[in-house]
Design a binder for this molecule. Structure first.
Ligand code: GLP
Length: 266
C-alpha cells in the first residue's frame, strides 16, 4: 500500500483522474472498476475534462461498478446506474453495452451476482479499480463482518451507511434501500491495481483504522493491506490521524513510479 498525501481534495481528485487517463492511454481496452459517492464526483468531472482536452478514446473500455441498490431500476434517478450515466458514461461516449453494474431489480439476485462475476472474468479481470471509503470503513457495500474472501452478492446495509447515503433519498435514511448488490472483498482484491481516494476530516479516523489498523472484517478496507498494488490518495484533512505520515511522504518522494506525477503532488 502506498499512501499519497495531497494538499486538498481537488488535488487528490485531479491525481486520481490523471492516473485513470494514463492507464487508458497505455491500454485502450482498459477494464475500469468504478465507484460512486461524493468523492467520485470530482474525479469523474476531472476525467471528463481530461478526456475532452486530450481526446481520450473510451470506445474499447469496459467499466464495472462496485454496487447497486436492490429494488432500484436503472432508470431510477437514485440508482447508481443513473449516477454513472449522468456523471461519466454519457459524457465520454461510453457505449451502454460496455458499462456494467449489477442489476438491483433482477428476479434472481444470486444468479445476477454469479453472472456479474462471470462477466468480469470474461474480459480478463479489472485493470484499475476506483474505491471510496464508507463511514463504516467499507469498500463497495462490504459492511462490517463481510468475509474478506467474499464475492459479488446481496448485502444488508448498515444503519450508518444508510445515513451516509440518505442525501440522494431526500435526506431520509429510512428511504435508502436496506440491501444492495456489491462486489465482494475477494472480487475487489483481484483487481490488478486499486486506487482508494479518501478526502475530508470526517474520514480521518476511519482512514487511519483502514490503513494502519489490524486487518479485520469489521473494517473491510483493511483487506486492501493484502493488495500488492494499492494506492491511497488522501487530502490533508483525511490524513490528520495517520501515525506514520512522514514515512509515507518519504517513500513517495523516493519512489520512481511517482516522479511523473511530481507536478500534481503539491
Ligand atoms: C457508498 C458506496 C461506496 C462509496 C462510499 C463513500 O456507500 N457504496 O462505493 O465509495 O459510500 O462515499 P462518499 O464518497 O460519498 O463518502
Amino acid at each position: 500500500m502506498q499512501i499519497v498525501i495531497l494538499p486538498t481534495a481537488a488535488n487528490a481528485e485531479h491525481l486520481a483522474a490523471r492516473i485513470v487517463a494514463d492507464r487508458l492511454k497505455a491500454k485502450p481496452d482498459l477494464v475500469l472498476g468504478c465507484a460512486t459517492g461524493r468523492t467520485m464526483e470530482g474525479i469523474y468531472d476531472r476525467l471528463v475534462a481530461i478526456a475532452a482536452t486530450e481526446r481520450l478514446d473510451f470506445s474499447a473500455v469496459h467499466t464495472f461498478n462496485l454496487d447497486e441498490y436492490v429494488g432500484l431500476a436503472p432508470s431510477d434517478p437514485r440508482s447508481y446506474h443513473h449516477y454513472m450515466t449522468e456523471r461519466l458514461f454519457s459524457r465520454v461516449g461510453l457505449a451502454r453495452e460496455r458499462t456494467h453494474l449489477p442489476n438491483g431489480v433482477a428476479t434472481d439476485l444470486q444468479a445476477e451476482c454469479a453472472d456479474y462475476e462471470a462477466r468480469i472474468k470474461a474480459v480478463g479481470g479489472i485493470d484499475l479499480q476506483l474505491l471510496g471509503l464508507g463511514s463504516t470503513g467499507h469498500i463497495g457495500f462490504n459492511e462490517p463482518l463481510s468475509s474478506l474472501t467474499s464475492r459479488t452478492r446481496p448485502k444488508v446495509l448498515a444503519p450508518g451507511t444508510r445515513e451516509q447515503n440518505a442525501e440522494a433519498f431526500g435526506g431520509d435514511p429510512a428511504s435508502v434501500p436496506a440491501r444492495a448488490l456489491t462486489m465482494g472483498v475477494g472480487t475487489i482484491l483481484e483487481a490488478h491495481e486499486v486506487l482508494l481516494i479518501v478526502t475530508g476530516a470526517h474520514k480521518a479516523d476511519i482512514l487511519a483504522t483502514a490503513a494502519e489498523g489490524p486487518v479485520t472484517s469489521l473494517v473491510s478496507a483493511t483487506a486492501l493491506q493484502f493488495h500488492p498494488r494499492c494506492h491511497v490518495l488522501v487530502d490533508e484533512a483525511a490524513a490528520a490521524r495517520l501515525q506514520e505520515r512522514e514515512y509515507y511522504e518519504w517513500t513517495v518522494r523516493h519512489e520512481p513510479a511517482w516522479e511523473r506525477y511530481a507536478n500534481l503532488l503539491d
